[in-house]
Design a protein around this ligand. Structure first.
Ligand SMILES: [Zn+2]
Length: 255
């Protein structure tokens, strides 16, 4: 990474230099913020000054978006100032990439089950622990997984992958193959007496109580999981016929 400084610079002098640069950067930013309120400065001038500062900040190019404190007046979506419409001003910014100025009518958000809302918002230890591991709880409770053939495109910058056309989730069989551990939706159907233990085999560090409560919540609220439980009940009742479960996606809705 190019730094513009001698490689022989000691750790201590580098630390002092970065601290000095941070102070200068902070003072400059405060000055720019003050000048933003001055009507004589155009937006282009302010951007030029900010970009100049970004080039010199610690010798590393940095792009600072500031706080995500702007709001769409129609539905309340949050924005950074830099996402405003080009023809609107800093003093009166307008945003349209969320709902095209209210033309797109969004369905109201679903009210969260109280247990999940508490995990999202509370400061108690379970909630904090849940938020810290939220992706792992999600991974261990999902009914299917996402897969794609990824072509790595050589080049600089953040890597990405692109998907063409419709995305499908192949959910697989309702029961695991002989000798294999249940996974994804199969965990809701097969060997459910040891359901929590089976999940702990996948993610041993997760909190057993939280996992148990999330399962109770999903059994009550999630229509797909209620269907998987129905399949489990049929299997346990030794229904003689082969069991199929068919999910019809309604493509006229977004959920
Ligand atoms: Zn909007």
């Amino acid at each position: 990474m190019p730094s513009g400084h001698e490689e022989s610079e000691s750790i201590e002098s580098r630390r002092k230099r970065l601290a000095r640069e941070r102070q200068v950067s902070l003072r400059e930013r405060r000055k720019i913020n003050d000048e933003n309120r001055h009507p004589d400065h155009t937006e282009q001038e302010i951007n030029d000054r900010t970009n100049e500062l970004e080039r010199t900040d610690n010798g590393i190019t940095r792009h600072e978006l500031g706080r995500m404190n702007q709001t769409c007046i129609h539905y309340g979506a949050k924005f950074w100032m830099e996402e405003k419409n080009r023809n609107s001003s800093l003093a009166s910014p307008a945003f349209s990439i969320c709902c095209a100025h209210g033309k797109v009518c969004l369905a109201p958000l679903i009210v969260l089950p109280p247990y999940l809302l508490n995990l999202y918002t509370s400061s108690d230890s379970d909630a904090v622990s849940f938020r810290k591991n939220i992706r792992r709880y999600n991974n261990v409770l999902v009914c299917t997984s996402f897969g794609a053939d990824i072509n790595v495109i050589a080049g600089q910058g953040i890597s990405d992958f692109r998907i063409h056309s419709q995305v499908y989730h192949r959910i697989g069989s309702l029961l695991p193959e002989d000798g294999l551990q249940p996974a994804f939706a199969q965990l809701y159907i097969y060997d459910t007496e040891h359901e929590n233990a089976n999940r702990h085999n996948v993610m041993p560090d997760l909190n057993n109580g939280i996992l148990h409560n999330l399962l109770i919540m999903l059994d009550e609220c999630n229509p797909y999981i209620r269907n998987f439980r129905r399949v489990r009940d049929l299997i346990q009742m030794n229904v003689p016929d082969e069991i199929f479960m068919v999910i019809h996606a309604d493509r006229t809705r977004d959920s």
